[in-house]
Design a protein around this ligand. Structure first.
Ligand code: CP3
Length: 347
């Protein structure tokens, strides 16, 4: 598929490649989520995973924040557990709870029973991405997948978890099962990214939201090789790769080394502290998502500090330090978008 020629001017893609930009590009993790009234309206009475399998709905929801805010990138509307559902696992996303798995994975036989993902499992993804890319024109679409550790946590725990105790018990106590499980998920996540890029996504983000539960040594030994395999396969597609986790202050170097072009930084680590840790890489982030609840001038003053700090990196993509909080006022995100995009030129 031939990329839209206007993508050559994309501030997001330029920043992701470490090239000079006309303004600091901005998008928001979970921008297509529950903070938009138009999202809630189209989702009325339709389950989350059901929505993800409906190309018309996926297209509409992905476009909503782009229309409203004029952000520099769209993120594909889906979920990190969607590929597991697509290969046949019995799971659901419960409102206000998150992914819930009917039969948690505990043994090697459980792992071996999970099919690998092929494009035939997700024809609705191919269809939605193709349509979206045509509609988005010069705005790039970010494809995404869950990283092996974070997805494993849902599969092993059977649902959301604070401590990831069962997951880490498998990691420490049954390394053969662990290795097989992470290999399996890495293959599924990589294949899922390949489908999105083949259909026209022009960047990818690997979400390892819960990697912050690990020490650097355990991350390096038990997790990093698997994430690295996903990022390597994504790298072969020639698109920029963003690698993001939460609470990862002491993992940022390793997350870069795993094969990222862009390292996502959560809000707990000042961007200026993160930059020397990621080597010659682009950074993404990292406004505290609760700052949108502060007065506009407090929010924009913090955003300005982050943009200034980002100047010492190879490149900087502005984002929140984690997803948009559902009760966020969309008008405040609109002001933030305008502030970031106007910052360089208005000085
Ligand atoms: O706007 C976007 O960023 C694109 C869509 C997107 C969703 N999930 C849609 C969604 C993306 C990128 C994700 C990734 C995702 N899903 C992650 C990684 C990002 C992160 O936040 O750390 C994780 C850990 C999940 C698993 C998951 N799915 C959780 C924790 C939840 C929230 C549960 C809740 O309701 O509080 C979901 C559900 C989910 N995924 C919703 C959306 C819009 C809400 C479902 C609904 O509206 O009914």
């Amino acid at each position: 598929m031939t990329p839209d020629p206007r993508l050559a001017d994309s501030a997001f893609l330029k920043a992701a490649r470490g090239e000079p930009v006309p303004h600091t590009p901005v998008w928001f993790m979970r921008q297509a989520g529950r903070s938009l009234p138009e999202y809630l309206a189209v989702r009325e009475g339709i389950g989350m995973l059901e929505s993800c399998m409906d190309p018309g709905l996926v297209t509409e929801i992905t476009l909503q924040p782009v229309r409203r805010y004029g952000v520099d990138a769209a993120i594909f509307f889906s979920d990190i557990v969607l590929p597991l559902k697509a290969v046949g696992l019995d799971l659901d996303i419960k409102p206000g709870v998150g992914p819930v798995v009917a039969d948690p994975v505990r043994t090697l036989a459980d792992v071996e029973a999970i099919p690998d993902l092929t494009p035939e499992h997700v024809p609705f993804v191919t269809e939605a991405v193709r349509g979206l890319v045509a509609e988005l024109g010069g705005t790039p679409l970010i494809g995404f997948a869950g990283a092996p550790f974070t997805v494993a946590s849902y599969l092993v725990e059977g649902g959301p978890s604070k401590e990831h105790a069962r997951t880490k018990a498998m990691m420490f106590g049954a390394p053969d099962v662990w290795d097989a499980l992470l290999r399996k998920i890495a293959g599924i996540s990589a294949a899922y990214l390949e489908v999105q890029v083949a259909a026209g996504a022009s960047a990818v983000q690997l979400f390892d939201s819960w990697a912050g539960a690990l020490t650097p040594a355990d991350y390096r030994a038990f997790v990093m090789p698997h994430s690295a395999r996903v990022l390597e396969r994504a790298g072969a597609l020639g698109v920029p790769r963003i690698h993001f986790g939460v609470g990862t202050a002491n993992l940022l170097g390793l997350m870069g080394e795993a094969g990222a072009d862009v390292v996502g930084v959560d809000w707990r680590t000042p961007l200026a502290d993160a930059i020397p840790l990621v080597g010659d890489r682009v950074v993404q982030g990292n406004l505290d998502p609760t700052l949108v609840f502060a007065p506009t001038e407090v929010m924009t003053a913090r955003a300005a500090e982050i943009i200034e700090a980002g100047r010492s990196a190879r490149g900087h993509i502005f984002n929140l330090g984690h997803g948009v909080i559902p009760s966020t006022d969309p008008d405040q995100l609109q002001r933030l978008t305008e502030f970031v995009q106007g910052f360089e030129t208005s000085r």
